[in-house]
Design a protein around this ligand. Structure first.
Ligand code: ADP
Ligand code: MG
Length: 234
């Protein structure tokens, strides 16, 4: 299988005055095309830092990150922004929607950066929102929607450009148990349908039940990787 994400000897050190925090300590990791995996670990173990360096949101202090064949850590900000638009979707724990924009406008945003004309992107965004169950909320602003609905908008926005990799950082961290199940099913169904790779971060073992591969993170290192045997279930 082809690797879609590779990390070679990646470290990230945060310097706060004279104090240094080693958030990532010499990480080597490969994620294959089509993998559904999660980074599981306690708070402060380095999960978000690891996800952010993979997604090009943060630069590593040391090491190489290859996403879809390209070295992410070497790119200029401009190149990185273009690369992210083409290759990466990101779902945030706190949704990170633009508060003054409607659901439709939020989902249209990635297509706007791609230069897709307004009528086409409106049509696509409306279809995408319909597919996440929000066909009747197109003109609602984030403050007029529940947490679960806002996250559905966040998911629609992450998936609309059909990026090969989608990263999600504690996507259900602010949601109740039932909504968590719905959102997890939604993310995994869309990703599976489109043959996308999914990397999500969680500290909850129940969430790990939705993925095929669990990468255990501890003190900025990979403790172990567990690959589930799906053959028995299919
Ligand atoms: P997790 O997502 O697993 O809770 P993080 O990746 O957010 O963990 O953080 C890993 C470690 O790095 C923690 O000790 C945290 O305090 C530290 N850290 C994270 N971000 C920063 C930052 N911007 N500046 C300084 N320290 C940070
Ligand atoms: Mg985190």
């Amino acid at each position: 299988m082809e690797n879609i994400v590779e990390l070679h000897e990646v470290s990230k050190v945060y310097e706060m005055g004279s104090e240094k925090v080693m958030a990532l300590n010499n990480i080597n990791l490969s994620i294959e095309k089509g993998d559904f995996c999660c980074l599981l670990g306690t708070s402060g173990s380095g999960k978000s830092t690891l996800l952010n360096v993979m997604a090009g949101l943060e630069k590593p202090t040391k090491g190489q990150i290859i996403v879809n064949g390209q070295q992410v850590q070497r790119m200029s900000e401009k190149k990185l922004a273009e690369f992210r638009q083409k290759n990466i979707g990101f779902v945030f724990q706190a949704y990170n929607l633009f508060p003054t924009l409607t659901a439709l406008e939020n989902v249209e945003m990635p297509l706007m950066f791609k230069g897709i004309p307004k009528p086409i992107r409106q049509k696509k965004a409306a279809l995408m929102l319909k597919s996440v169950g929000l066909g009747d909320r197109l003109n609602h602003k984030p403050s007029q929607m529940s947490g679960g609905q806002q996250q559905r908008v966040g998911i629609a926005r992450a998936f609309i450009g059909n990026p090969p990799v989608v990263f999600a950082d504690e996507p259900t961290g602010n949601l109740d148990t039932r909504t968590t199940q719905e959102i997890m099913r939604l993310i995994t169904t869309i990703a599976k349908t489109n043959n996308q790779t999914l990397v999500l971060v969680t500290h909850e073992t129940e969430i790990a039940g939705f993925v095929d591969k669990i990468i255990y993170i501890r003190d900025g290192t990979i403790e172990k990787i567990e690959i589930k045997d799906r053959l028995k279930e299919d």
